[in-house]
Design a protein around this ligand. Structure first.
Ligand code: DSN
Length: 415
């Protein structure tokens, strides 16, 4: 029946995919939420599992023909439990934002209060930003980091006592420090709040034993699977057994329909990779690489938000160098280095043209880059920022970037 290949049948899409592959191969990918999956994960994603409907859970489906789908989903669940020491895992959330909305709906009634981190201090849009759907359903109160860039637990406790939240939310997308889950759980217990951690950014570092694991401590933990965890684009919810039913019901039929089982197979493969000893080395190197960048950028006189990094990312105020975050992002793009413009705490500028850039090391570390390359890359970033209006200089840096990335081939076996 089907005889056509993508290349022959749809050259437009084929060509765009190939151009993106080349962009990924030739550039330095430093957006801290991005990574490169293995060819094995790509194979699972592109498999026939995409054809199958399987509403329900392993052993309890609404459709026939799910015996192999059940094997796949059960493996994903069992491996995730092993990695994070989780009592219960749901691997069906389609991504991080829906996973968070689902978790809120499992734990709370509309109108109840959530205490979450302010977006400009490193929180995520889904943690209460007024533009989101969840902000119309729940009452969010935002806490902030203090002048030293740390989460002030005394202030968090005072806010919890004042606002009596039903849920205290931690886990961030631009915050670069470790999180003290046990102390936060104590505060939550004092005010009778549930605890939720969104570990989307740091899941791989937790899996690799390089950061504190909230899963055995907190009630509910959400994550994406495609950032430091290096799996396919997707989400996951882990929780204590007593919330298992509520979470499963909130995923299906509460918020989602048929799970994407090709994607769940990709998650299972990535989890198997995360259980290998090499993954611990990978997680360690991500942090080492981020520390080198911190040291180098401090030498160049940048202000690192939160005082530095304990994880995979850095949030940097570039305005003292005479440009905005947007200008820095554009200049670095021209130099073949991909970062994202980002708000800094209490940013006086706008989200579309903020003061900072956010960058990280997970993707470069996947390519095998280490301390020597980090020093070189930090110097190129500084050069690009100092010459942000000089297109010829930026093109020259891009050439050097291409020379470096050639030495770290990404998908040599991918045609
Ligand atoms: N877009 C993700 C990030 O870059 O952090 C969060 O949703």
């Amino acid at each position: 029946m089907y005889t056509h290949s993508l290349k022959k049948f749809d050259p437009e899409i084929y060509t765009s995919i190939k151009k993106e592959q080349q962009r990924e191969e030739e550039g330095l990918e430093m957006i801290p939420s991005e990574n490169f999956v293995s060819p094995a994960v790509l194979e699972a994603l592109g498999s026939v599992l995409t054809n199958k409907y399987s509403e329900g859970y392993p052993g309890k489906r609404y459709y026939g023909g799910c015996e192999f789908i059940d094997e796949v989903e059960q493996l994903a669940i069992d491996r995730a439990k092993q990695i994070f020491k989780a009592e219960h895992v749901n691997v069906q959330p389609l991504s991080g934002a829906p996973a968070n909305l689902i978790a809120y709906s499992a734990l709370l009634k509309p109108g109840e209060t959530i205490l979450g981190m302010d977006l400009s201090h490193g929180g995520h849009l889904t943690h209460g930003h007024p533009v989101t759907f969840s902000a119309g359903i729940y009452h969010f109160v935002g806490y902030k980091t203090n002048a030293e860039g740390k989460i002030d637990l005394d202030n968090l406790r005072a806010m919890a006592l004042e606002h009596k939240p039903k849920l205290i939310l931690v886990g961030y997308s631009a915050y670069s420090r470790e999180i003290e889950y046990e102390k936060i759980k104590k505060i939550a217990d004092e005010v009778g709040a549930f605890t939720m951690a969104d570990i989307a950014h740091i899941a791989g570092l937790i899996a690799g034993g390089e950061m504190n694991n909230p899963v055995p401590i907190f009630d509910v933990v959400t994550t994406t699977t495609h950032k430091t965890l290096r799996g396919p684009r997707g989400g996951m919810i882990m929780c204590k057994e007593k919330f298992a039913k509520a979470v499963d019901k909130a995923v299906f039929p509460g918020m989602q329909g048929g799970p994407h089982e090709n994607n769940i197979a990709g998650k299972a493969v990535a989890f198997k990779e995360a259980l290998e000893p090499e993954f611990r080395e990978y997680a360690k190197q991500i942090k080492k690489n981020a520390k080198i960048l911190e040291t180098e950028f401090k030498k160049f006189g940048y202000k690192i938000c939160f005082g530095g990094t304990d994880n995979h990312l850095l949030l940097i105020d570039v305005t003292p160098k005479g440009l905005s975050g947007k200008e820095a992002q554009i200049a670095l793009d021209k130099a073949g280095i991909t970062v994202n413009k980002n708000m800094i705490p209490d940013d006086p500028r706008s989200p579309m043209d903020p003061s900072g850039i956010r960058l990280g090391t997970p993707a470069l570390t996947t390519r095998g880059m280490k301390e020597t390359e980090m020093k070189q890359i930090a110097a190129w970033i500084e050069e690009a920022i100092l010459n942000f209006k000089d297109d010829a200089k930026l093109a020259e840096i891009k050439n050097r970037v291409r020379g470096l990335t050639k030495k770290f081939p990404l998908y040599p076996t991918l045609k």
